[in-house]
Design a protein around this ligand. Structure first.
Ligand SMILES: [Zn+2]
Length: 200
């Protein structure tokens, strides 16, 4: 049941989040839960969640300010114990990273679909509330990301016109029914000078 450690003592890490996410993946694969004993800018100490833990990963800055793995104890005394809500696969950090690898989450995605796809790929059952939260934040991210992208269109068109004085552009939007300040994107039309001339 134990998968081999993804780490070796003295491994170096680009940043703390890389170490953390690799530990999360290992924990989900091997069905154990870990906790953070110490974490600050200089060091991170992860231990198994059982009180009589053996499993431990400790990393800290070395003299070159690199993140270096210093202590690694791969042995577990807890594997196969009853699952708890605190398991890694119920953490938002793991869910927000993993769900998009398998599912393009939109408003139409259901919490059930998220739970099922994770069951299928990892053989784990995610807590419904955790899946619901992850769904909500992933949907939000997507909408925010799209809004950001659409807001860049006018500036992009202006730049195009500056660089290509003969270009023709037009952007069509309609006012929102619900919010008088907001505009909904309809379409954008860009006609390069070369195309206009070819019509003459
Ligand atoms: Zn353990």
């Amino acid at each position: 049941m134990n998968t081999p450690s993804p780490f070796q003592v003295n491994d170096l890490f680009r940043d703390w989040s890389v170490l953390r996410s690799q530990i999360e993946e290992w924990a989900v694969k091997d069905r154990f839960a870990f906790k953070v004993q110490i974490k600050d800018s200089q060091q991170a100490d992860y231990i198994c969640r059982t009180p009589e833990y053996q499993w431990r990963v400790f990393a800290s800055h070395n003299r070159n300010k690199e993140i270096q793995l210093k202590i690694l104890n791969e042995r577990h005394t807890c594997i196969g114990r009853a699952s708890t809500i605190r398991e890694v696969h119920n953490s938002q950090s793991w869910l927000r990273r993993k769900v998009p690898e398998h599912l393009f989450v939109t408003r139409d995605t259901t919490t059930r679909q998220i739970i099922d796809i994770l069951q299928l790929n990892y053989g784990i059952t995610v807590n419904t509330e955790a899946a619901r939260l992850a769904r909500a934040s992933l949907v939000n991210d997507r909408i925010e990301h799209q809004q950001e992208q659409f807001l860049k269109i006018p500036a992009y068109l202006e730049l195009l016109r500056e660089r290509n004085p003969w270009i023709h552009t037009s952007l069509h939007t309609v006012g929102s029914e619900h919010n008088p300040e907001a505009q909904h994107f309809q379409h954008v039309f860009i006609c390069p000078a070369e195309s206009q001339l070819s019509f003459i």
